[in-house]
Design a protein around this ligand. Structure first.
Ligand code: FES
Length: 386
């Protein structure tokens, strides 16, 4: 074969001979200062995702006969991270011998978080919530997880006009969403339906009235009382149709299970796509049963082993917390996967409609203790809470 020397090949060879001297010259011209220990992007990521935060309660104010407003400041940093309006935090504290945590939706706006102020609206229901509303006082310290959750606006998925429907303490994430839009941090227009039994049960009235003056449309709906200026009854399909174009909005619902079930029936004739209705998750409750059995739960956390009682009507997470074990958790609803633990033995059942495990997790024996009830003695390998 005849070899023909190409001009470009010749040039490459010429450059190759200069490779080493060129590199040496580039290295010699480089700065001799050490590389920075951290980069702006890493600092930003740490500020947005601090994991667990140390917080202090600064104010407790009654809102309604059943709800109180709790204001927190962060003590291990200058400010709370910016979040998506509608998200929640999990608050953890020690009550007696138990380490308890519960998720609470954030009522204040993301902008207020940057001023080191985060507000929760807590309903006086359940052991930890009762402790928070009745016994906790300013100066008390807690651990709080970074804001999490999928209950927030998504530009590509949701309509520009959103409709919030709140029942009772379900007003909290929707108040944050309304504030965030009016502060210019979200692009939607919002109409808010807020249902309660009586006018005195409506929380955050001062804040909602102030937002109404800035353009938020709020419709108060009272089921047990008739008053001028308020709708009477429940938030029904007919009532929604009276105020909004029902087929051309995205719904964000937050309230009790009964409200979700009632609205599902009311909205059924509209044949809305699944993505048009978002429901905030609620904690997995204890089961209602007579004479529940008590089993033994063996828990491995790194090199420690605990043996604790576990009732069949309570989740494995509740059993661990009752025994003072600090087990990781956030949503307590089966969705976030934060409590994801390795199953080592025993029978169990998962709460109906709450099995948020991936297929691989089911196959390789992982469970979410926040939605899992024991049916026999059980053994788990639980990751440390950090
Ligand atoms: S705490 Fe979220 S899945 Fe268990």
């Amino acid at each position: 074969m005849k070899f023909k020397k190409q001009l470009f090949g010749f040039m490459d060879m010429l450059r190759f001979t200069k490779l080493v001297p060129n590199r040496r010259a580039a290295l010699a011209a480089g700065a001799d200062t050490p590389l920075p220990e951290t980069w702006a992007v890493n600092e930003q990521a740490r500020a947005l995702h601090p994991g667990r935060m140390q917080v202090e309660l600064t104010e407790v104010t009654p809102l309604t006969p059943r709800m109180a407003e709790l204001v927190f400041r962060r003590v291990d940093g200058d400010a709370f991270p910016f979040f998506r309006a509608g998200q929640y935090v999990s608050l953890q504290g020690k009550v007696g011998d138990s380490v308890i945590s519960r998720p609470y939706s954030i009522a204040s706006s993301p902008r207020q978080a940057l001023q080191n102020r985060l507000v929760l609206g807590v309903e006086n229901a359940g052991f930890f919530s009762q402790y928070l509303t009745q016994e906790a006082k300013p100066g008390d310290r807690f651990v709080m997880t970074e804001p999490s959750g999928e209950f927030h606006y998504e530009t590509l998925r949701d309509k520009k006009h959103i409709v919030g429907v709140a029942g009772g303490s379900g007003i909290t994430p929707l108040l944050s969403m309304a504030q965030s839009a009016l502060e210019g941090d979200e692009p939607y227009q919002m109409t808010l339906f807020y249902g309660a039994r009586r006018a005195e049960d409506l929380a955050f009235r001062k804040e909602l009235d102030a937002l109404s003056e800035k353009g938020l449309k709020v419709i108060y709906v009272l089921s047990d009382e008739e008053r001028p200026g308020y709708e009477h009854g429940f938030v029904s399909g007919e009532l929604l149709s009276k105020y909004v174009p029902v087929q051309d909005v995205t719904y964000f619902l937050c309230g009790p299970k009964a409200m979700y079930e009632y609205l599902a029936g009311q909205m059924a004739p509209w044949h809305l796509p699944v993505k048009a209705v978002h429901k905030d998750a609620t904690c997995c409750p204890s089961l209602s049963m007579d004479n529940p059995r008590t089993f033994t739960l063996t828990v491995h956390i790194r090199d420690k082993v605990f043996t604790v009682p576990a009732r069949e009507d309570e989740t494995l997470l509740t059993a661990m917390e009752r025994a003072g074990i600090e087990a990781p958790n956030k949503c307590r609803a089966g969705g976030c996967g934060y409590c994801h633990s390795k199953w080592l033995g025993g029978d169990f059942q998962v709460a109906e409609g709450r099995d948020g495990r991936r297929e691989a997790d089911r196959k390789f024996g992982f469970v979410h203790p926040c939605v899992t009830y024991p049916l026999s003695d059980m053994e788990l390998d639980v990751p440390p809470a950090e």
